[in-house]
Design a protein around this ligand. Structure first.
Ligand SMILES: C[S@@+](CC[C@H](N)C(=O)[O-])C[C@H]1O[C@@H](n2cnc3c(N)ncnc32)[C@H](O)[C@@H]1O
Length: 257
């Protein structure tokens, strides 16, 4: 049986390295972006309308990293709180807060066990955060606990198809299936971290088990002018123009539990 504490420690160590290699250097540019976009190929939120009007909402970002998504929401009138398990990522977020004059709480903690009270948020978001790096049953249950009745959960993760096509060693998604779908629920990357990639059916089951109603699954492709991200070797822009590279889920708790 995998040890959840060991998984968290592995992922924290990985993200400490990724912070020094990449995310710390990218954070100012990400914070400065004028537009809300989603994922590796920056699909504009205005084309999707997943978040709606966030002004006045209490928002929790689970696995916020350098917290650029929270910063975009704060600039639109939301009150975000960022939660992340990696101190280096939060240090970058704090530096950006000072640089951009935009302060909101940053909490060091595990998105599977968040040290915040029940029913204190209207919207929970995760962009490649808990949505990839945490056990789905545990973090989705935490999101449900943290949300008020009627609250929404919006999260982005790699598409199931891309995950099936990415080689075990470094490299972009291929045009063939390289791993069994049955092996996706917990993926232990050699030399990397531990990721969780439920199938679409499993996501629906996990969301429903925590009381969520699924609103939408947006399958994201790369826009025509998108370029390949050289650091995250997941899929080339060419691949992602042909097949869905990311899954963006939206779910809601009922108004009356
Ligand atoms: C890809 S970053 C997500 C942030 C940002 N949206 C981005 O794309 O850079 C993944 C983040 O998840 C965080 N993370 C991994 N495991 C976590 C856990 N158990 N609880 C909270 N955060 C976690 C990592 O520390 C990292 O900052």
């Amino acid at each position: 049986m995998p040890d959840p504490g060991a998984d968290v420690a592995r992922n924290r160590a990985l993200w400490t390295i990724v912070n020094s290699e990449y995310t710390d250097g990218q954070a100012d540019q990400a914070w400065a972006a004028a537009e809300i976009t989603w994922g590796l190929f920056q699909v504009p939120e205005r084309d999707l309308g997943v978040l709606g009007d966030v002004a006045g909402l209490d928002v929790i970002e689970l696995g916020c990293g350098t917290a650029y998504l929270s910063s975009w929401l704060a600039r639109r009138g939301a009150r975000p709180v960022g939660v992340d398990v990696t101190p280096a990522q939060l240090a970058t977020a704090a530096r950006c807060q000072e640089r951009f004059g935009l302060a909101f709480p940053l909490v060091e903690g595990d998105a599977e066990d968040v040290p915040l009270p029940d029913a204190s948020f209207d919207l929970a978001v995760s962009e490649y955060g808990a949505s990839v790096w945490c056990d789905p049953g545990r973090w989705v249950a935490e999101a449900a606990r943290l949300l008020r009745p009627g609250g929404r959960l919006v999260f982005l993760t790699n598409s199931v198809l891309a995950t099936l096509c990415v080689p075990e060693e470094d490299g972009f998604a291929q045009e063939r299936l390289l791993r069994p779908q049955r092996a996706l629920s917990r993926v232990d990357w050699p030399g990397g971290g531990i990721e969780f990639h439920p199938s679409h059916g499993d996501w629906i089951r996990v969301l429903r088990a925590s009381g969520f109603v699924v609103e939408a699954l947006h399958e994201l492709y790369a826009p025509a002018d998108a370029e390949t991200n050289g650091y995250y070797g997941i899929a080339t822009a060419e691949w992602a123009r042909r097949w869905p590279v990311e899954d963006l889920w939206a779910a809601r708790l009922p108004h009356r539990p």
